[in-house]
Design a protein around this ligand. Structure first.
Ligand code: GRF
Length: 187
């Protein structure tokens, strides 16, 4: 059994990537253990996984970024969190937060970074008639979707794909990529 790192996952919405991380972390050889979930949206569907798996969770209003980040840092310190995963977390963390947290922060993005940073990736991929799309797990830096890449999965765009079909296929791949990237980081 490996010594597991206390991790927190930040979410804003459905939390299907959170679910995949939790399920993987039920294997004692998985390098991290999810000890805290934080949402910036108290109605996030993903919070149901916190309840289902009995994991402590908090939701903080993020309208005031400074206050939100201060609340998060207090909670992270309190739970002795040493690793942070962003999973469908729709806010950009400040340079100050990244520095003050002091441990690794990673994120998943539904494109083959550095292509298609930011929002609405699938519609932009289709508009540009890309042959491939994919998903990327990367370190979080102060610049949006720009930190070093940890792992990527390439996915073929099919002729009859629309935004929804592409989103579904990429999301399915994300559920494997995120835990694989975490395993790789601590190998
Ligand atoms: C994922 O596609 C993720 O890459 C993006 O937002 C989506 C979140 O999905 N940042 P979920 O909340 O994990 O279901």
């Amino acid at each position: 059994m490996v010594k597991r790192i206390a991790a927190c996952v930040f979410i804003s919405g459905n939390g299907t990537n959170l679910h995949s991380i939790i399920r993987n972390s039920r294997d004692y050889n998985f390098p991290i253990s999810v000890k805290l979930i934080i949402s910036n949206n108290k109605n996030a569907h993903g919070l149901k996984y916190a309840k289902k798996y009995n994991i402590p969770y908090k939701s903080f209003n993020s309208s005031y970024k400074h206050k939100f980040e201060r609340n998060c840092l207090t909670e992270l310190k309190d739970k002795k969190i040493k690793f942070l995963c962003l999973a469908g977390f729709m806010k950009v963390l400040s340079k100050n937060f990244i520095k003050r947290f002091g441990y690794k922060i990673i994120n998943i993005h539904p494109s083959l970074l550095p292509k298609f940073k930011g929002l609405n990736t699938h519609s932009r991929v289709l508009k540009k008639k890309e042959v491939y799309t994919g998903c990327t797990v990367h370190f979080v830096s102060e610049v949006l979707d720009s930190g070093n890449i940890i792992l990527q999965k390439k996915i073929l765009v099919k002729k009859n794909d629309n935004e929804l079909s592409l989103k579904k296929r990429v999301l399915g791949a994300e559920h494997k990529l995120y835990p694989d990237a975490i395993r790789l980081m601590f190998k």
